[in-house]
Design a protein around this ligand. Structure first.
Ligand SMILES: Cc1cn([C@H]2C[C@H](O)[C@@H](COP(=O)(O)OP(=O)(O)O)O2)c(=O)[nH]c1=O
Length: 228
């Protein structure tokens, strides 16, 4: 175990189970270790002066908003690392619902940018990489119907449609197969999200254990003696 807690990113299309997995990991950390993780999102609006550019660039993407959005995302991620992730890691794991991979896919799909170009622009601001990026993978038919079944979920006509979701998934796939080109993703592990949620959680936990990102459980014997 490292002397600090892990920074874990969960990626995947809408409806692939990111929220479900994040909650499961949260409960495991709390239940097994009494440590409460910090959960965060890909955008945290910590670079307040960039908030308008983030909202415009995300919801009205066009050639005019592209560069301002890219630098706003970079500034927000930098602020998130400086103010949330790095200060918290000595005390607790940090679990992010989306991070860098989602941004790479957005600029590929919405702006026809090369993944390497987006990566370079963001990498210039990113001072730390997650230990691990878990990518939940699921056919778009299933992920979209799961997402649509969710109560109160807002569907975006320019994003939550098959052809866009297929392109996003293809971009994830292209990145996942070349992890060496994207060191700021940390270790990248694809998880099959078709299986029941308990199995996906166990698979994710196994990945963390294999990489020694969770502390060993201390066994308590009846006499109160402990073994490391
Ligand atoms: C993980 C999982 C989720 N769901 C449901 C729960 C939610 O209503 C919906 C989406 O899951 P959710 O965890 O919210 O996905 P994401 O955060 O990636 O958008 O699908 C299933 O039906 N089966 C599953 O195995």
């Amino acid at each position: 175990m490292n002397h600090r807690y892990p920074f874990i990113v969960i990626e995947g299309l809408d409806g692939t189970g990111k929220t479900t997995l994040r909650k499961g990991l949260f409960r495991l950390w709390e239940g097994l270790y009494g440590v409460t993780p910090l959960c965060m999102l890909t955008t945290n609006f910590l670079a307040a002066d960039q908030a308008a550019a983030i909202v415009t660039g995300k919801y009205q993407p066009n050639a005019g908003s592209r560069d301002a959005y890219l630098s706003a995302i970079a500034a927000d991620k930098r602020a998130t690392l400086d103010r949330l992730v790095l200060p918290q890691r000595p005390a607790r794991p940090v679990i992010a619902d989306r991070w860098l991979l989602s941004e790479l896919a957005f600029f590929t799909v919405k702006h026809d940018m090369r993944v390497s170009e987006t990566y370079e622009a963001l990498a210039a601001q990113l001072t730390a990489a997650p230990d691990l990026t878990l990518v939940l993978d699921l056919e778009t038919d299933t992920s979209m119907s799961r997402a649509q079944a969710r109560q109160g979920d807002a569907v975006r006509a320019d994003w939550d449609v098959h052809d866009v979701q297929i392109r996003v998934r293809d971009t994830y796939e292209a990145v996942v197969t070349k992890p060496d080109e994207f060191p700021l993703l940390g270790d990248v592990v694809r998880l099959d999200a078709r299986r029941p949620r308990s199995e996906a959680l166990l698979a994710a936990w196994d990945v963390l254990r294999e990489r020694q990102l969770v502390p060993p459980i201390t066994a308590h014997t009846e006499g109160g003696e402990t073994h490391g």
